[in-house]
Write a protein that binds this ligand. Sequence first.
Ligand SMILES: [Mg+2]
Length: 248
Amino acid sequence: MIPAAGLETVIDLVSLRTSQHRSTIAIFDLDGTLFDNRTRTMFILREIAEKYDSACPALAGTFTRFQELSVVDYSLPVTLKRLGVRSRREKDFIEKEWAARFFSDEYQKYDMPLPGAKAYVERVHRAGATVIYLTGRDVGRMLVGTTEVLRLYGFPVGVAGTMTIVKKEFSQNDGLFKREVSGYIDRLGEVVAVFENEPANVNILHARFPGAVSFFVETQHSPGAPRLAPGIPRIKDFLLGGRAARRR
Ligand SMILES: [Mg+2]
C-alpha cells in the first residue's frame, strides 16, 4: 500500500520494484482519463453541420459563431440542447451521424491528451512498469485508431512494457468488461496504480486491487454515477508539482 498517494509516489514505487526485479503494472483508461474527447465531438458536429447544412439548419446556424469546448457535455442530447438544436428530426439525424463517426478509427485523432498525460505515462513506463491501456473501446471499430492516436501523441504503445486491452464486442458492459479482465491483469504482476474517470469503474478496480492507488480523474463521466469509494484520490490532470492528488 502506498501511504501518501500521489502521482510521483507511483513512479517511486515502480522504480523501487524494478530495482528489485519485480513486475509492476499501471492501468490507464483512455476516454476522459488520458484523453479529452470533447474535441472529437466538436470536430464531428462541425463536420456534420458543414456537410449536411440543409438537414441540420440549427446546428449549421450555431457554428456561424465560435463555440467554446465547454459547450460539449458527456451526453450528446445535452450538448445539442445547449447548441439550440430543438427539432426531434434534426437531433435524431445528428445523433446517428455522430455515433457513426465517434465510434470509429478515423475520428480518434481529434481527441486531445489531458495536460501532462503523455509525459506522465512515459515516465511510469520508463521507470519499468507495464503500462496497460484498458478501454471500453472495441476491437472491431476502434483498435486501429486507438493505437494511431497513442503513437501520434508519443505515448508508449506497441513496445515492450505496454499493452492495449479493448473490448471484443462493443455491446459488452464497460464495468463488467473491466472486472473480468482484472483477473488476467492480476496474474501479470503487482498493480500499483489505476487511472479512471468513471466512478463506477474506479470503485470496481479499487476494490479489485486494494494495494494499488486508484486515481479518479475529474473530467466528464456518465450521468447517475455512484459515489466514489473512500480512499480514492482525485486528480484533474497529470501535471506534477502544481496540483497534487488529494483525498476526499
Ligand atoms: Mg473513461
